[in-house]
Design a protein around this ligand. Structure first.
Ligand code: RET
Length: 277
């Protein structure tokens, strides 16, 4: 049982949740277009990151669309409030979506971080095992989120152990990437680390919400939290990695990257506005 099903909602509460779901789906659709449209300005060595952002965006777009439908069908207007309709809302889609997106997002980090050879496969295996174990143990725990019994806390705790392992491997990957980067790119990797740490750590907070704030406003806040974390960890992260990949491509002399971006410095090509026409 998901705690969203316990309550009735005012028009504002119901609409905000529905609006946030559709906004998030729209952001993912936009980010899909962006990543496909800019892929060619990234050298073949890093380009897979753009297509992987595309994979994340498609799966997340469907997930948010389904959540919106499920929310819409889960409650009916009785003249004064949106009351449970008998069809249950479920956050289970989220966990299914993470099962695709978490391994893919972490693979992107390895690609843009320039990790190759056996180290790539070792880190990749650690990411996939830790990521899936984190998600599926959390999935088992969330079925007990309303009661907050042993199932909720024990599986939540086991999931957190896998999360900490994943964080260590992500930290090592970003540290290694920074060690071989120019100062500009190293700064961008530092930004990736903070974005990663903050946006990923929001999900366990949303898991805890039924035990922290169990009322309709808590439900609204939980879904706002989930959507901000989703936009940051999938879309902003994807765009930031694409920007790093493009800068690396330009530094390595890949001409479409040099021509195709306004934020990569071109010391030998003055800004068109600087030359008299
Ligand atoms: C759970 C269960 C409680 C403990 C922890 C969790 C962590 C979840 C995370 C999810 C990240 C999801 C992402 C999805 C992007 O598509 C499973 C809520 C630690 C970190 C990044």
């Amino acid at each position: 049982m998901t705690f969203e099903n316990l309550f009735s909602y005012s028009v504002a509460q119901f609409e905000v949740v529905l609006g946030v779901f559709t906004l998030t789906a729209a952001v993912f659709a936009a980010c899909l277009v962006y990543s496909l449209a800019t892929a060619k300005s990234i050298s073949p060595r890093y380009r897979l990151t753009s297509y992987l952002t595309g994979v994340v965006m498609v799966s997340a777009f469907f997930e948010l669309g389904l959540l919106a439908l499920r929310w819409y069908g889960g409650f009916t207007w009785d003249g004064t409030a949106y009351v449970p309709s008998g069809d249950l809302f479920s956050n289970g889609f989220r966990y299914m979506n993470w099962s695709i997106d978490v391994p893919v997002l972490l693979t992107q980090l390895l690609i843009v971080g320039g990790i190759t050879g056996t180290l790539f496969f070792r880190r990749w295996a650690a990411f996939v095992v830790a990521g899936l174990a984190m998600i599926w143990t959390g999935y088992v725990g969330q079925f007990d989120e309303v009661d907050g019994g042993a199932q909720f806390w024990v599986w939540g705790g086991v999931s957190t152990v896998f999360y900490l392992w994943l964080l260590v491997v992500a930290y090592q990957t970003i540290r290694d990437a920074k060690a071989k980067s120019s100062p500009g790119v190293a700064k961008m990797f530092t930004a990736v680390w903070y974005l990663f740490l903050v946006s990923w750590s929001i999900y366990p907070l949303a898991y805890l919400m039924p035990q922290i704030w169990s009322d309709p406003n808590g439900v609204v806040l939980r879904n706002l939290i989930y959507s901000s974390a989703d936009i940051a960890s999938k879309a902003v992260y994807g765009v930031l990695l694409a920007a790093i990949a493009q800068k690396l491509s330009a530094e390595e002399g890949y001409q479409p990257a040099i021509d195709g971006s306004s934020w990569v410095e071109r010391p030998d090509a003055p800004h068109p506005g600087a030359t008299p026409r």
